[in-house]
Design a protein around this ligand. Structure first.
Ligand SMILES: Cc1cc2nc3c(=O)[nH]c(=O)nc-3n(C[C@H](O)[C@H](O)[C@H](O)COP(=O)(O)OP(=O)(O)OC[C@H]3O[C@@H](n4cnc5c(N)ncnc54)[C@H](O)[C@@H]3O)c2cc1C
Ligand SMILES: NC(=O)c1ccc[n+]([C@@H]2O[C@H](COP(=O)([O-])OP(=O)(O)OC[C@H]3O[C@@H](n4cnc5c(N)ncnc54)[C@H](O)[C@@H]3O)[C@@H](O)[C@H]2O)c1
Length: 477
C-alpha cells in the first residue's frame, strides 16, 4: 500500500495547485482523477472549452468587426459545429498536456480511477480496468468539483436537451434555443448562440439576472443581448422540458410553452461528493453535495481539506487554484500570507463583463458615500479603432478618503482591464493615482484616467458648493 504526505482527489484547478504546492514543499503527493478528466471540469467541459468556443464564435462571425465593416460582415456564413469544435479540441488537448507535464516534473503521482474513502486516512482508487489500489495519506485534499444539476422532469438526451457538459458535443447549430437559468453559464452560452444567429429565449425564475453584478452594467448587457434577438422571461420557472419528434417543448410553471430546436439546461450545479464515501472519513455533504470548511479550508476532520467548487461560492477557476495552494501550505505549516481578499469576477458573455470590489447597490445599502466616474469606449481612441462603441468603465470612489471601492467594466477586454483597478485597490490607492498616471495611447486602459477625472470633477463640484476642500488639494486637477 503506497503512503503519501498528501493525496488530492480531483485534478481541476484546485487539486492541481494543492498537489504542486505540496510537491514544492518537498512532500510526497498524489492526485487521483477519473479517466479522460485530467484538468477537471475547467479544462474538459467548463472554462477552457467554453472560452475557446467563444473566441471561435467571435472570429468566425466577425461580430467585433461589424461596426467597422457593416452589419452583414462575416468571416464565414455557414458556421458549423465542426468549425467551432476544431479550435476547442486543439486547446483542450494542449492544456491537458501542460497539466500532465507539470505534475510529472514536480513528481506528483497521477492515479487514474474513481477515489473513495475507506477510512479517514485511506482511499481506494478503482481504476478503469477494474483494478483497485488502496493508498494512505497524512493529509487529504478533496477537490472533486461539481456536475450539472439534472432534474428528473427534464428529458436530457445529450443532443437536443443538453446540460453545459453536453452542449460541446452538439451536432449542429440550432435555429432556436431555450436557455434555462440566467446564471453565468446560461448567459455566456446564450450570448454565443445569439451571435451565431440562433433565436435564444432565456428563462430565469428570479426577477433579474446576475444580481451580484452592478445593475447598470447588467442593463447594458441585457440591451445588447436583446439587440441580438434574445428574449428574456424573468420571474418564470421551468417545470418540465419535453422531447418531441419535431423539437423540444419547455413548459413553464405559469403554463406557457416554448418550442425550440434545442434546450440548454443550466440551472445550477451539484457537488460531486455522493460517490466519494465521505461518511467513511467522518464527513457529511449538504443537500447540494457541498462540504463546509473553516478559513484554512479544513473540514470538520482536521487533516482533510476541501477546496474549489465543492465548497461553493465563488466557484471560479482562479479562486479554486488559490484555495488549493493555501490548503496545502496550511497542511504542512507553511506561512500563507493574508492576501487582499479582493476577488475579480469575469463573465465572458458577448460583450464581456468584469468587476472587482463593491457595486453601487451594495455601497448604497451600506450607506457608504461614493462618487461615480465613467469612461465610455466610444470616447476613447482605442474604442473607435476597435469598433467598440458600447463599452464602459466605471469607477466607484469613496467620497471622503478617495479610495477605489469598485471597478466595473463592460465591453472588449473587460476581464483583462479590471486588474488595473484591482491592483490600485489592493495597494490601497486612491482615485488621484489614476488622475496623475499616464497611460499608453491609444489604449482602453486610458479609460481609467478618463473615469478618474470624471469622478474627481464631480467631487470638486460638491466641494465648490460646500466650500470644503474634501481633504484633498483639488486645484491640481
Ligand atoms: C461551462 C462552464 C464555464 C465556466 N467558465 C468559467 C470561467 O470563465 N472562469 C472561471 O473562473 N470559472 C469558470 N467556470 C468554473 C470553473 O470551471 C470551476 O470553478 C473550476 O473548474 C473548479 O475547479 P475544481 O478544481 O474545484 O474542480 P473541477 O474543475 O470541477 O474538477 C474536479 C475534478 O474532480 C474529479 N473527481 C470528482 N470526483 C472524483 C472521484 N471520486 N475520484 C477521482 N476524481 C474525482 C472530476 O473528474 C473532476 O475532473 C466555468 C464552469 C463551467 C461549467
Ligand atoms: N465566467 C465565469 O466566471 C463562469 C462561467 C461559467 C460558470 N461559472 C461558475 O459556474 C457555476 C454554475 O453556474 P450556473 O450558471 O449553472 O449556476 P447558477 O446557480 O449561478 O445559476 C443558475 C440560475 O438558474 C436559475 N434557475 C434555477 N432553477 C430554475 C428553473 N427551474 N427555471 C428557471 N430558472 C431557474 C437560478 O435562479 C439561477 O439564476 C457558478 O457558480 C459560476 O460561478 C463561472
Amino acid at each position: 500500500m503506497d503512503h503519501y504526505d498528501l493525496v488530492v482527489i480531483g485534478s481541476g484547478p484546485a487539486g492541481q495547485k494543492a498537489a504542486i504546492a505540496a510537491a514544492k514543499l518537498g512532500k510526497r503527493a498524489a492526485v487521483v482523477e477519473r479517466r479522460d478528466m485530467v484538468g477537471g471540469v475547467c479544462i474538459n467541459t467548463g472554462t477552457v472549452p467554453s472560452k475557446t468556443m467563444r473566441e471561435a464564435v467571435l472570429y468566425l462571425t466577425g461580430l467585433s468587426q461589424r461596426e467597422l465593416y457593416g452589419q452583414s460582415y462575416r468571416l464565414k456564413s455557414d458556421i458549423t459545429v465542426t468549425d467551432l469544435s476544431a479550435r476547442t479540441q486543439h486547446v483542450v488537448a494542449k492544456e491537458i498536456d501542460v497539466i500532465q507535464s507539470q505534475l510529472t516534473r514536480n513528481r506528483v503521482a497521477l492515479l487514474i480511477g474513481n477515489a473513495r474513502f475507506t477510512g479517514p486516512n485511506e482511499i481506494a482508487v478503482d481504476g478503469p480496468d477494474g483494478e483497485r489500489k488502496v493508498v494512505t495519506a497524512d493529509h487529504v485534499v478533496i477537490a472533486v468539483g461539481t456536475r450539472p444539476a439534472r432534474p428528473s422532469t427534464v428529458e436530457f438526451d445529450g443532443a437536443t436537451i443538453v446540460d453545459s457538459d453536453q452542449i460541446l458535443g452538439m451536432d449542429h447549430v440550432p435555429q432556436s434555443m431555450v436557455v434555462v437559468g440566467a446564471g453565468v453559464i446560461g448567459i455566456e452560452y446564450a450570448s454565443m448562440f445569439a451571435a451565431l444567429g440562433t433565436k435564444v429565449t432565456v428563462v430565469e425564475k428570479r426577477p433579474h439576472m446576475l444580481d451580484f453584478c452592478d445593475r447598470e452594467i447588467i442593463e447594458a448587457l441585457q440591451y445588447q443581448l436583446r439587440e441580438r434577438g434574445v428574449t428574456f422571461r424573468f420571474s418564470e420557472s421551468v417545470k418540465t422540458v419535453e422531447k418531441h419528434p419535431q423539437g423540444t417543448l419547455t413548459i413553464l410553471e405559469s403554463g406557457k410553452k416554448i418550442p425550440a430546436g434545442c434546450v440548454l439546461y443550466s440551472a445550477g450545479r451539484q457537488g460531486v461528493t455522493d460517490e466519494l464515501g465521505v461518511e467513511e472519513a467522518g464527513l457529511t455533504g449538504n443537500d447540494r453535495g457541498r462540504l463546509e470548511v473553516n478559513e484554512f479550508f479544513q473540514t470538520e476532520v482536521d487533516h482533510i481539506y476541501a477546496v474549489g467548487d465543492v465548497i461553493g461560492f465563488p466557484a471560479l477557476a482562479a479562486t479554486s487554484m488559490e484555495q488549493g495552494r493555501r490548503a496545502a501550505y496550511h497542511a504542512f505549516g507553511e506561512p500563507i500570507g493574508n492576501g487582499t481578499g479582493i476577488q475579480p469576477i469575469g463573465i465572458y458573455s458577448i460583450p464581456e463583463v468584469s468587476y472587482v470590489g463593491k457595486t453601487e447597490e451594495e455601497l448604497t445599502e451600506d450607506t457608504v458615500p461614493f462618487e461615480v466616474g465613467v469612461a465610455r469606449y466610444r470616447e476613447l481612441a482605442r474604442g473607435a479603432i476597435m469598433g467598440d462603441s458600447y463599452g464602459m468603465l466605471k469607477l466607484l470612489v469613496h467620497a471622503h478618503d478617495r479610495t477605489l471601492l469598485g471597478v466595473h467594466v463592460f465591453g472588449s477586454n473587460a476581464a483583462e482591464l479590471v486588474h488595473i483597478g484591482q491592483t490600485v485597490m489592493g495597494c490601497g490607492g486612491t482615485v488621484d493615482y489614476l488622475v496623475d498616471a499616464v497611460f499608453n495611447y491609444p489604449t482602453l486602459a486610458e479609460g481609467y484616467k478618463v473615469a478618474a477625472l470624471d469622478a474627481v470633477n464631480k467631487m470638486r463640484a460638491i466641494s465648490r458648493v460646500t466650500g470644503e476642500s474634501n481633504g484633498h488639494e483639488l486645484g491640481a486637477h
